[in-house]
Design a binder for this molecule. Structure first.
Ligand code: NAD
Length: 462
């Protein structure tokens, strides 16, 4: 048994230990995979059974709304309104993937001569086996489910290693799903990086979401074993504000996308690139940011709750105090706020060059830097000048400008007059460059990662 203990504390009250559990060591992880592998043998056999089980799981997650929402608010400090939305998304993901289990599982193709014309040439998908899922804390139900639900739908078993900061949420999910899925099909192992490595050593396919540093290591370890890996990683997402944009409307949307849930979404806005003189937009953004309610995540009016843990807040203090040395001015915010929660005031910086640290490195929290561009081409160049490539949004009322800018952006997702944040569970999701490795997640795209295709040729006997 490992002696390491995993503890998840509420960001709203650090004395509140939400859950504490021993980390799974290599042997425990291996034993979990053995159970999962055994359970997968039967699970893979019948898609209709899987569809029914996942539909029942969706109904159970739906019915557990209050318990799930309360735990999400408590464990990761997600504001109540957003927690309710995440719960709704979790249910829809399960419902959608329950039906995906019944999708066609392959193609028939004409066989090439000299094969008999009656020959059946089939390309048929099969599950990969046991999927190892490694997840972050910020979407404690939606992210584990947007990986697990398609993995299960296509006949895989799952071993989930959640973030230590969201362990209680994963354990609740396991408890709910266990009532509707065969034993051993969906498993949670507690632990940090070492447990994650043990999962990679055992899995048949890996799906990771988290920071870029860890994601690249995960992808490397998986590919060294020759197993398929998918890693969704960091972002430093830009909103581009063109001169014909409705400035007040854009500022309001961008304020929400940068600061909502204390900026702790991979799709949060971290940079705003304004074409021309940014003064009017800067004032509008500062006013919109200052108007956002900061406070207890249990309060339904709260938009900005606490940040996840003390090191995350320290990083924000360092970023804000470092901004002036890097050519910036703190327009609003910039400080840790009094508790009980781990609050940091929503922060807007301006005056920096696109090469400044804040404009190049992800800080996971409520901080945004406003950059200036002198042409649409330069705005696109600045947007593309980072190592990440998750999502960009463009604010304009001119269709041609939108089309031109959209065409030049190097991000996996591009949105016009929309916040950078926001995910459609039935559309492909993923980034470019160091934001993503491997195939897209969600919707039909998920099938490519959790299945492998076998080509089968069946000819007549005589
Ligand atoms: P993290 O990288 O610290 O941890 C993610 C997961 O990896 C956790 O379960 C962690 O225990 C595990 N882990 C840590 N070290 C490991 C190792 N060496 N081997 C295997 N597993 C290991 O990320 P986090 O702090 O939980 O989440 C925040 C980050 O996630 C941000 O960078 C954010 O941008 C990113 N994120 C990305 C997306 C996306 O879809 N692109 C979505 C949400 C969050």
């Amino acid at each position: 048994m490992s002696t390491q203990t995993i503890e998840s504390r509420s960001p709203q009250d650090q004395s509140d230990v939400v859950v504490s559990a021993p980390a799974a060591d290599r042997e425990a992880v291996a034993a979990t995979f053995t159970r999962a592998r055994e359970a997968q043998k039967e699970w893979k056999r019948n898609a209709v059974v899987r569809a029914d089980a996942l539909a029942a799981a969706a109904a159970a997650v739906d019915a557990a709304k209050d318990q799930i929402v309360d735990l999400m608010v408590r464990e990761v400090g997600k504001p109540l309104t957003e927690s309710v939305m995440e719960h709704g998304r979790a249910v829809r993901i399960l419902r959608y993937q329950a039906q995906a289990a019944l999708d066609p599982d392959g193609d028939t193709l004409p066989a090439a001569p000299p094969a008999d014309p009656r020959t059946l040439l089939l390309a048929r998908r099969r599950p990969r086996g046991v999927a190892g899922l490694i997840t972050p804390w910020n979407f404690p139900f939606a992210i584990p489910l947007w990986k697990a639900a398609p993995a299960l739908a296509y006949g895989n078993a799952v071993v989930l290693k959640p973030s230590s900061d969201a362990l209680a949420s994963a354990l609740l999910l396991e408890e709910i799903l266990a009532k509707h899925l065969p034993e051993g099909v969906f498993n949670v192992v507690a632990g940090g990086g070492e447990t994650g490595q043990a999962v990679i050593e055992q899995a048949d396919v890996i799906s990771f979401t988290g920071s870029t540093n860890v994601g690249l290591q995960v992808a490397q370890a998986a590919t060294a074993r020759g197993i398929p890996a998918q890693a969704e990683m960091g972002g430093l997402n830009a909103s581009i504000v063109l001169p014909d944009a409705d400035v007040a409307a854009a500022a309001k949307v961008i304020a929400g996308a940068a600061m909502g849930y204390a900026g702790q979404k991979c799709t949060a806005t971290g940079r705003v690139i304004v074409l021309g003189d940014p003064a009017e937009f800067t004032d509008a953004l500062a006013a919109a940011v200052d108007a956002l309610p900061v406070g207890d995540p249990k309060d339904s009016s709260t938009v900005v709750g606490p940040v996840i843990n003390p090191p995350a807040r320290e990083e924000l203090v360092t970023a804000a105090t470092g901004a002036p040395q890097d050519g910036g001015r703190v327009v609003t915010g910039g400080q840790a706020l009094d508790g009980p929660g781990l609050f940091f005031s929503p922060t807007v910086v301006d005056g920096q060059e696109p090469t400044a640290k804040l404009a190049q490195e992800e800080v996971f929290g409520p901080i945004v830097t406003i950059l200036k561009a002198s042409s649409a081409e330069q705005a696109v160049e600045i947007s593309n000048s980072v190592a990440f490539g998750l999502v960009t949004s463009v604010f304009t009322s001119d269709l041609d400008s939108a089309l031109t800018v959209v065409d030049g952006l190097e991000t996996g997702m591009i949105r016009v007059n929309m916040p950078t944040s926001g995910v459609d569970f039935h559309a492909p999701f993923g980034g470019e460059k160091q934001s993503s490795f491997g195939p897209r997640e969600q919707g039909k795209a998920a099938r490519d990662h959790y299945t492998t295709t076998h080509t089968i040729t069946i000819g007549p006997a005589g």
